[in-house]
Design a protein around this ligand. Structure first.
Ligand SMILES: Cc1cc2nc3c(=O)[nH]c(=O)nc-3n(C[C@H](O)[C@H](O)[C@H](O)COP(=O)(O)O)c2cc1C
Length: 215
């Protein structure tokens, strides 16, 4: 009769006499896990500190201002900011933010020398200020050149924004027909870098740090 079948015969009911003590290794294992758990909570493992260097070159102060906001934007990393002429050693740095003003559609000579002196394999992020339009061909050309000085895959990203051009330069270029259109474009850089540029730069810096951690 089906209703006479006992629960234990179906495997649903365990009689106390059937209970066996777990083997000793299981007890040790359980204790071990518990101890690791308690220690883990009390002494959480610190994320390995990343070292970031912001190295810049600046003639009239625009790139220096941008460098300072990039420095501010770097979080959860040991950080240092230096003019490139003050940089002695980059060996300790995990990521180097290298900034320059675009000059003659390219990288100023002193910065080129600095970029070339950085040991291969170091992670780099380039930033620049320029008189021409943001995202324009002239600025992009300079970033291409800077990136071409490094081995493949070590440049994590680039950031550019406009920077006020010295009035003496604009005046001189205005007098030359072949440069007039660029001089007019460069006038539009007045007031830059501004607060909005600084905010964008801070966000970019955070993105680069995250990228450096992931790579
Ligand atoms: C000699 C010289 C050449 C420049 N050439 C360019 C250029 O080719 N393209 C450009 O977009 N801006 C050019 N600029 C404008 C600067 O890149 C811009 O003003 C920059 O923000 C200056 O940065 P700094 O104040 O850090 O020196 C030039 C400026 C100077 C003084």
């Amino acid at each position: 009769m089906p209703d006479q079948v006992r629960h234990d015969e179906l495997g649903l009911f365990i009689k106390p006499s059937n209970l066996t003590f777990p083997p000793i290794y299981k007890i040790f294992l359980a204790f071990g896990i518990k101890i690791i758990y308690i220690f883990g909570e009390k002494f959480p493992l610190k994320e390995v500190e990343m070292k970031a260097l912001v190295a810049y070159y600046s003639d009239t102060g625009n790139t220096e201002k941008l460098a300072r906001s990039i420095y501010e934007g770097i979080e959860q990393a040991e950080k240092e900011i230096l003019h490139i002429k003050e940089v002695k050693d980059v060996e300790d740095s995990d990521i180097i933010f290298c900034g320059f003003p675009v000059q003659a559609h390219s990288v100023p000579g002193k910065v080129e020398g600095f970029i070339k002196s950085i040991p291969e394999g170091k992670k780099l992020a380039f930033f620049a200020t320029h008189g021409s339009l943001r995202g324009g061909q002239l600025a992009i050309q300079a970033f291409y050149y800077a990136t071409s000085l490094r081995s493949k895959g070590t440049v994590l990203g680039t950031f550019g924004c406009r920077g006020k051009v010295k009035s003496s330069i604009i005046d001189a270029l205005m007098k030359k027909a072949e440069h007039r259109s660029w001089a007019i474009e460069a006038q539009g850089a007045r007031g830059h870098p501004n607060e909005s540029d600084f905010e964008d730069a801070k966000e970019w810096a955070k993105e680069m740090i995250a990228k450096a951690r992931a790579s």
